[in-house]
Design a protein around this ligand. Structure first.
Ligand code: DQA
Length: 146
C-alpha cells in the first residue's frame, strides 16, 4: 500500500513552536520515524507539509490519481476552518485518519470543532507525535485485514 501524510500550517515549526504543547521532536523526526515503520511493513509513505490551504488540497487531489490508498492528515488550524479541505477529502476514496498532537478538546473552544472529522475514519488527539504512529499502525492493520 501507499500512504500520504499531510501536515498543515505551522507544523514546519514543530520542535521549536510552543514545545510545552507540541513537544521537541521536529517534523523531519516524525516523518522519518513514520517512513521507517511503513517500509518495515512493506508500505510506501510520502509526506508533505504546507502553510497554504490550496497546496494541501492539490496534494489530496494528486492522491486520488497516484495509487495512494490512505491519508493521515493533521490539518492544524485548517481543521477548524476549512470546508475546502473537507470537500477535497470527500473526493478521495481511501481511508482518512485525522491526527492532532495536542488534545484539542482540552484547549480553546474554537478547537473543539473539526470539519475534517466529518470525513475521517478515525481521529487521534492528545497522544503527542505518537499519534501519527498510532494512526499508521491502525491503518496498516485495517488494510492488511481487508
Ligand atoms: C493541532 C491543533 C490545532 O488546533 C492547531 O491549530 C495546530 C495543531 C495539533 O496537532 O494539536 O496547529 O492540529
Amino acid at each position: 500500500g501507499k500512504v500520504l501524510v499531510l501536515h498543515g500550517p505551522n507544523l514546519n515549526l514543530l520542535g521549536t513552536r510552543q514545545p510545552d504543547i507540541y513537544g521537541y521532536e521536529t517534523l523531519d523526526d516524525v516523518d522519518n520515524a513514520l517512513r521507517e515503520k511503513a517500509v518495515l511493513k512493506g508500505w510506501e509513505l510520502n509526506s508533505f507539509q504546507s502553510n497554504h490551504e490550496g497546496e494541501l488540497i492539490d496534494a489530496i487531489h494528486a492522491a486520488r490519481l497516484d495509487g495512494t490508498g490512505a491519508i493521515i492528515i493533521n490539518p492544524a488550524a485548517y481543521t477548524h476552518t476549512s470546508v475546502a479541505i473537507l470537500d477535497a477529502l470527500n473526493a478521495f476514496e481511501g481511508r482518512v485518519f485525522e491526527v492532532h498532537i495536542s488534545n484539542v478538546h482540552q484547549r480553546e473552544s474554537f478547537r473543539h470543532h473539526s470539519y475534517v472529522s466529518l470525513r475521517a475514519d478515525g481521529v487521534i488527539a492528545g497522544l503527542g507525535t505518537q499519534g501519527y504512529q498510532a494512526a499508521l499502525d491502525a491503518l496498516i492493520k485495517a488494510a492488511d485485514k481487508a
